[in-house]
Every structure is written in C-alpha cells, then in structure tokens.
Design a protein around this ligand. Sequence first.
Ligand SMILES: [Zn+2]
Length: 485
Amino acid sequence: MDPITGKIERLKAQISETEVELQQLKAQLARLEALLSLPSPSSEAQANDQPTESSRKWTWPLEEEEYTRYGRQLILPSVGIRGQLRLKSAAILVVGAGGLGCPAAAYLAGAGVGTLGVVDGDTVELSNLHRQIAHNTARVGIKKADSLIQYCRGLNPEVRYVGYGEHLTPQNAQDVVSAYDVVLDCTDHPTSRYLISDICVLLGKPLVSASALRTDGQLIVLNNPPATQGSADGGPCYRCVFPKPPPADSVVSCGEGGILGPVVGVMGVLQALESIKLLAAGTGKENYQGPGEPLTPSLLLFSAYSPTPFRSIKMRGRRSNCFACSASSMLTLKELKTGSLDYVQFCGVTTPINILQPGERVSATDYKSILASGINRGSLLLDVREKEHFDIAKIPGAINIPFSTFQTKSRSTSNGYSAHLEWLPEDVSSDTPIYVVCRVGNDSQLVAKKLKDLGLDRHGERFIGDIKGGMKAWKLEVNQTMPFT
Ligand SMILES: [Zn+2]
C-alpha cells in the first residue's frame, strides 16, 4: 500500500470511530436532557413513595447509569459509595501516554475518576503499538495524548478529559499540575522524573511513579502524604530515594534495551491500582498510617523471569538533606519556572559538554606528566565520582568529593562558599592548583566551573581545571589495567 492510500485508509477508520463516538455522546446528551425535563417531585409524592411521574426524579448521589457502570467496584468495602464519590470528584494527571500511561489511564477512566489529564508531546509510532495498547494502527502519526483520550472516552464518556499535546517542562509544569490531585509519572527518562517529582513537592501532590525496562519494573508511591518542604511528616520524594541520577551513558532507552509489552503493562496497571487506593480512601493524612509511625513507602520490584517475580523493599523516609523536600532546600516554583534548574544537565548528557575553556582542561596523558614531573607538586585532585566508583579504582592522591554531596552542600548555606571550603584539606594553600576528575569528563567541568564561580580561583591567580574525558580517558591513555565502571 502506498503512503497516500495508507493515509486515506487511516483517515476513513478514524472518521468511522469518531462517528461512533459522536453517537454515544448524542445518546448521553439525550438521556441527560430527558432527566432535566422531568418535573420536580412534590414532597408529598416522595413521602408516599408513590410511583407518580414526579417521583421519578433521581435524587441519589451518583447518576443512575453510574450505579450500573461502577456496580462491581461499588460493592467492595475498600471503595463503597463514599470511595466512588471521592473518585468522581478527583482529578488525576497521567504524564506520558506510552506503555505505562496507556493501561494506567484506561483503568482510571474505567473506574470513574472525575477528570483525567494526559500529557505527552509525542506522536504514535508503529513501534509503540506492541505495548502502548490504547493507541492503534489507524492512529499512527497523531498525538499520543489525543489518541489515549480517544480510547478512554470510548471506554467511559462520563469522565472529563484534558489533553496536553506537549511535554511537561519547567515552564509549563506549575500550570499543568496545579489542577490535579494526584500525578502519575509514566515517563521514561530521568530528566522528566526529577522535574515531575520537584513540581509535586512544590505543589503538594502525591506521585505514583513507575518504570519498566526489558523484563523488569519498579513502582513507588512518593510524596505521600504530601507535606511542606522541611516537614518530617511527609513521605519521601523521588530525590530522597534517588538523590543522584544514574550516569547518563548508563540510561538505556526502550529503543536500545528493549521492553516486553506485558511488563510495562503490569507496572501501568499497578499505578492505576495505587491511585485508586489512594483516592478512594481519601487523601487526608488520617488515611495513611497511625500517629507516630514513620512514613516509609515500599519500592515494589517486578522481575518477569524471576521465580519470585514480585519483591517489596521498605524504603527510608524523607532525607534530611534532600535537594527538593528538606528544610535546607532552596527549590522554589520561581526557580523552577525561570529555568535555573537544568534537568538535562543534572541528569548528564549523552554527548560531551564543553563549558570550560581549552586552557582549563588537561588530557589524561598531560596530567600523568604533571604528576611525574613534580610540577604543581601539592596540587589537589578532586575525584567527584560516587564513593562506590572511587573505591573500585582511583588516581593516586585523589580525594573523593562525590558530585551529589557537592550539589547538596552547595545549597546548604546561603552563600554556599563556606560549605565548599570545609572539605578542603587544611594544609592546602590558597594558590594550590585544583584539578577535577569524574567518570567521563562532564561532572568535572560542572564542578570546576562552580569552584570558579565561588571565587576559589582568586580572579585567575589559582588554576582550576579538569581532566578531559575523566577516568575513562585515564584508563585509555594512562592505565589500561585499571577497572572502569
Ligand atoms: Zn525529598
């Protein structure tokens, strides 16, 4: 089939689907108008409970059709009429209309949430369909947010749907998320995970987060219950659990790593389940745990090929030094919106960054010569990799200041300056050159730049720079027998 014929076929299919949807909406409208036109019952008629015309006015909390539609879940003690009414008054935001978002949104629509928002800037591709089952072949090329809503509307037209055909960004996050009670992170990249968590902390929204890759998945309910920054009462945020993103080059996308459809489907279904549990029980604090009990969520791990596919790990509560939710946090809505938090940079970039001048960067080979020649003897080498990496292999003489602690510390005081100096060895003089090394040469530049910004270079009198290409380059150029992780 040539592309034009294919497009015509898809449009025809789309038109017929839309016609069905139109019929459903017309029928729904007619039912509601008929209800409205009924005369109101007199109190007498109600008292006598006579089957008069006027006593047919519906006075129950849910619509007549809703008792039928939700009947099977209404009779569960964990939902009941009160739970159903809570669901009906709730607004839920699904960020990401992919493998997690499709089943999550579908079950939430089916369960009768009041408002369902869907955020996704991507369009449906053929390679999505093996797992993103709310889309279909006829809708390849249209916005995923629209496609998912179309599917959900077919399932339950009673829900109010709001589509956002763009990605969540630091700039639009506040406007989008404010209107919702609970947020589902159904995205697939660390940059969006940290952004979604931060906005949920700032706006006080519980967050149901899941991920899936290859044959494994994870699920955790965060910021639950939400609490103000610095309060010990709230549940941990994503940064409490994962303070530092995984190394950028270790982040494997579904495109590279592969993904089994039912695996991501299971995780999306569990997200819907956790959201329903949360909303049907009410989001008041009294519905969480007994007084005095620590708010420790569980991280649910799913491994499809394990003999015990589901495992649950009890997590710690809020981190007292969390970048986002702790008392020392300087995260604000304004800071988020103005873009001073660079999530892409925080999560690393897959291509090398260049923020230092060429003269501020030395190659691994040159640094080896510097060490051997004794020039700059007493120079300081900061290794900003995490401790686990440092413990495995290091350049002789290096001291370890992990990038993550460095970031937290830089925010723990108002000027950030003294906090940075406390790790400097006491015998280091103010003109001792500082070299920074990391894994591949990105974090090292960020740290070197930060040290300069803090004035440690004494207006250019002291050398501050990094080792280009990091430990990876050191292994390649200087020491091939060193393990590299
Ligand atoms: Zn936190």
